[in-house]
Write a protein that binds this ligand. Structure first.
Ligand code: FMN
Length: 248
């Protein structure tokens, strides 16, 4: 069975969709193909991959409570292609948004549901994830956690000659457990949807979020956006940087 995973984020690097795509693919067996949808130049290549696939998983961000426009353009082309080729394909969706409630992805899910009905495809369901940006950051924090463990181990060898540093391992395990906890809702539903993809069954629409209290989320989000504003958006490789207007 072949499953095509489409990362639909327009970002070139470090998008949340890539993180959730990776997690979802862990729970799906068989042949897996990863695709990236950013521009119309990607359309024909992806459509070709869909031809002999059993399922397709769209991993995408929520934009203005809906589907990003470059994804809509692809769906329009895909609808015609699927009807012309009488394709039997199950469509699943992993959507993530910046605000904390995953339920905000409901209108986006409805767009996919209607798309499937129009294109003669099987709607398999989806997972809507709130706090996508913050969850994406947990993977950096995990790498930092590993780096700290390595550093503490080296320091322990240099200072005491002992390779095993108990405190360093306890601290690593505590941090890793916390990061895992933040992701538990996502992992639970992606595991369930992975099983549905494997069996070709309907999963339904499920919504989850980063597992932290809303007031903590708001506090960190406020700090992030105030810092970004003070630095005029010039952080994180210019994601929020002011763009120069193209000369006409
Ligand atoms: C143009 C634009 C519109 C957005 N609209 C919403 C929105 O309506 N609701 C929301 O919660 N997040 C919104 N976001 C935030 C994204 O959904 C969020 O950053 C997401 O994690 C990006 O996923 P990606 O890294 O895979 O591209 C918007 C972001 C952009 C750039």
């Amino acid at each position: 069975m072949k499953t095509v995973f489409i990362n639909c984020s327009p970002k070139k690097r470090f998008c949340a969709s890539a993180y959730f795509l990776f997690l979802q693919s862990l729970f799906v067996g068989g042949k897996k193909v990863n695709e990236k949808l950013r521009t119309p130049a990607d359309h024909s290549r992806i459509l070709e991959q869909l031809k002999d696939a059993k399922a397709v998983v769209f991993c995408l961000p929520l934009y203005v409570d809906g589907v990003p426009s470059h994804v809509l353009r692809f769906m329009e082309e895909m609808e015609v292609y699927c009807l012309e080729n009488h394709m039997e394909l199950s469509v699943y969706c992993v959507a993530n948004n910046g605000f904390i409630e995953g339920k905000q992805n409901e209108p986006l899910m409805q767009v996919f549901e209607h798309f499937c009905a129009h294109a003669g495809l099987v709607w398999g369901g989806g997972v809507g994830i709130g706090g996508g940006v913050m969850l994406n950051v947990t993977r950096i924090l995990f790498v930092v956690d590993i780096a700290l463990l390595a550093l503490n181990t080296v320091l322990s060898v240099v200072n005491t000659g002992m390779f095993f540093n108990k405190e360093a391992w306890i601290s690593f395990a505590e941090n890793a457990a916390l990061l895992l906890y933040f992701n538990l809702g996502v992992l639970f539903y992606l595991a369930g949807m992975g099983r549905a993809i494997g069996k070709g069954t309907y999963f339904g629409k499920k919504y989850t979020r980063i597992l932290i209290p809303s007031f903590v989320f708001i506090l960190f989000a406020d700090i992030f956006f105030i810092t970004a504003s003070v630095l005029e958006g010039g952080i994180f490789r210019g994601w929020l940087k002011k763009k120069e207007l193209e000369k006409a």
